[in-house]
Design a protein around this ligand. Structure first.
Ligand SMILES: [Zn+2]
Length: 309
């Protein structure tokens, strides 16, 4: 485990739902999952691509019903994160994934805020993400629903199914969020082309790009990211698990760093992708033969990429 103080800037709280917790909450809330035990549910975590992961991800989310469920979920993550040296977490959640199944936004916010207040080890910012598989009009309505909590939010993001859903569709939503003084980030260039990263930068005006790894196919884009110091939140274990890259040896992370791109290593959906952020640092250390000093520089870079500490 890497002990270096670090920030985790690409973490979906719904993606920290471990099979054991999913089954426990399912029993507590009377929700039936297709997979009835930890072995069967764990075996189902063998994904072909982003969409096959998302299908199971949204199915498991059905167990999250009450404020206590959201509090337990985030609290468990924060304990794990602190053990990995995380001092700052900027945590994503998907409001539409909960309101669309009749869980009120107030329930989600109450639970997440209680988890943050219940600990002191990790400084936490919350970033609601809009899901791209629903229309931009739905995202706009979701942002308007969030207005009572706007002062408690760090920023907004964009996630879920990327291909076929270019960032520019959400320009109006992001403009409104920026007018409220919120930071902006977006998933782009995970499965989608470099053009989506350009759109995230130039149309949405994002300050960080989540994943962004396909920028490596566009030299001008890599130069732009490096010159402007726009960080990428890079999640190598996720990229391998979802087959965006064949393995860590093929991952562009070392090339991005060599090109001067600011990178914040993160775990994405760690319950599903085989490792929390500490395991992510361990994996890249082994894959690339990096020293403890190299990991320390990466950890410091992640803290520098955080919006606030
Ligand atoms: Zn993500």
């Amino acid at each position: 485990m890497s002990p270096h103080p670090k920030a985790e800037l690409h973490l979906h709280v719904e993606g920290t739902l471990e099979p054991a917790m999913a089954l426990r909450l399912a029993a507590r809330n009377g929700v039936t999952l297709r997979h009835r035990d930890v072995e069967a549910l764990s075996a189902a975590y063998d994904f072909r691509d982003l969409q096959s992961f998302l299908d199971l991800y949204y199915e498991c989310m059905a167990v999250l019903r009450t404020a206590a469920d959201f509090e337990e979920l985030l609290a468990a993550y924060l304990v794990r994160a602190a053990a990995d040296g995380v001092t700052r977490a900027e945590v994503f959640f998907d409001p539409q994934a909960h309101t669309s199944r009749d869980v009120p936004l107030a329930v989600v916010m109450q639970g997440l805020l209680a988890a943050i207040d219940g600990q002191e080890a990790v400084s936490v910012g919350l970033i609601p993400c809009f899901v791209r598989h629903l229309p931009a009009s739905d995202a706009l309505a979701s942002l308007q629903d969030l207005e009572p909590w706007a002062d408690l939010l760090l920023g907004v993001g964009l996630d879920s199914t990327e291909l076929g859903h270019p960032p520019s569709e959400f320009a109006e939503v992001f403009a409104l969020a920026r007018s409220w003084g919120l930071h902006t980030v977006a998933h782009a260039g995970e499965e989608g082309p470099p053009a989506y990263v350009w759109e995230a930068l130039d149309v949405l005006g994002v300050e960080r790009v989540d994943h962004g790894i396909r920028c490596i196919e566009d030299d001008a884009l890599v130069r732009r990211l490096a010159a402007d110091g726009v960080p990428l939140t890079v999640c190598p274990l996720s990229n391998v698990r979802l087959r965006c890259v064949a393995d860590l040896a093929a991952h562009p992370l070392p090339r991005l760093l060599d090109a001067g791109v600011v990178v914040a290593l993160a775990s994405d959906d760690p319950a599903y992708f085989g490792g929390y952020v500490g395991a992510t640092y361990d994996a890249v250390q082994v894959a690339y033969g990096w020293s403890e000093a190299d990991l320390g520089r990466l950890a410091a870079m992640s803290l520098g990429a955080a919006f606030t500490g």
